[in-house]
Design a protein around this ligand. Structure first.
Ligand code: GLN
Length: 306
């Protein structure tokens, strides 16, 4: 990274992103996400050597949604291992995160663990080891950031009430044998998992093992073997931003995961994690301001892995 201090970089990024507000729209498929003001903006940087810097609404909790899929996959690979890869692929989908079209053409095997189909297959695998996979994911993320986390019951209930597309995906996968449990139970667990509330600061801490070779400086424990850490980062780089992952890699050049709550977390291997939140989304479901902020951060600090 260049000589500018991280607080200086964050202050500069906050100015550079200003023209990007108003270009996207907050998720509107459930009322509690639609109600979040589009003007929110927070960013947190956590370095592997213990530095922590925040700006804006970095301590405000928001619905992290698909970002939870990274915790769920990490847990499943740790607990169950490579069996996951008999049910889910490792390729970018090129289609929106909630689509079924490829799934039907490809024998019910989702392209990757970060589209909804793949994430539900991971939930199904976690159901082998626990009755409440969402609580396991919540507690794992909480352990990684050193704080107790909550699942928002209102978000979880309205996710479930509106989960028609996800029900179709789960049913199709049950029919094809990709998932073993009752599709309705899988969808309910998935919706609860997505309703996890975290702040940028908590996300930056929780993702730190992916920047530190698998070790969590927060939990003071090795979370993932080094090889698995590299593999998780590879999946984030190629599949973490759905069907705009190529554009994101072009602009930002870092492994990252987005969620429809407007959060995006990026990993700078060996150095730091950067979490950003701003609710207005592009048509692919990723934060417009969040992407612009990470692009600016990556350019100013020259931290792209590419
Ligand atoms: N709950 C959302 C869904 O299943 C999560 C998707 C996302 O964050 N991209 O549609």
């Amino acid at each position: 990274m260049k000589a500018l201090s991280i607080p200086d970089v964050l202050a500069e990024v906050a100015v550079l992103v200003k023209p990007h507000f108003g270009k996207g729209r907050p998720a509107d498929y459930i009322p509690s996400l639609a109600a979040v003001p589009g003007s929110k903006f927070g960013m947190a940087v956590r370095t592997v050597d213990g530095g922590e810097h925040v700006i804006g609404d970095a301590d405000e909790g928001f619905s992290v949604q698909s970002i939870t899929k990274v915790f769920a996959l990490g847990l499943a690979l740790n607990r169950i291992g490579d069996e996951i890869w008999t049910r889910v692929g490792k390729e970018p989908s090129g289609t929106p995160f909630n689509h079924l079209s490829l799934l039907e053409a490809e024998d019910g095997v989702p392209r990757n663990p970060f589209i909804n189909a793949g994430a539900m297959a991971v939930v199904d695998v976690l159901m082998k080891v626990t009755k409440d996979p969402a609580a396991l994911v919540r507690d794992f993320a909480g352990f990684l950031c050193g704080e107790r986390l909550e699942i928002d019951p209102t978000v979880a209930a309205s996710e479930l009430a509106n989960a028609w597309q996800n029900r179709a995906i789960a049913s199709l996968m049950r029919g094809q044998g990709t998932i073993e449990h009752d599709p309705e139970a899988v969808v309910a667990a998935y919706c609860r998992q997505c309703a996890l509330t975290m702040s940028c600061r908590q996300l930056a801490r929780a993702f730190l093992p992916l920047a530190a070779g698998g070790f969590s400086p927060v939990a003071q424990e090795t979370i993932f073997p080094e090889r698995l850490t590299r593999r998780l980062n590879a999946l984030l780089l190629t599949c973490g931003i759905y069907d705009s992952v190529g554009n994101f890699a072009y602009r930002v050049g870092l492994p990252a995961k987005s969620g429809v709550g407007g959060g995006v977390v990026a990993v700078i291997p060996g150095k730091a994690t950067v979490a950003v939140w701003s609710p207005e989304l592009d048509r692919f479901g990723t934060s417009v301001v969040g992407t612009a902020a990470l692009e600016a951060f990556s350019q100013i600090t020259n931290c792209s892995v590419l």
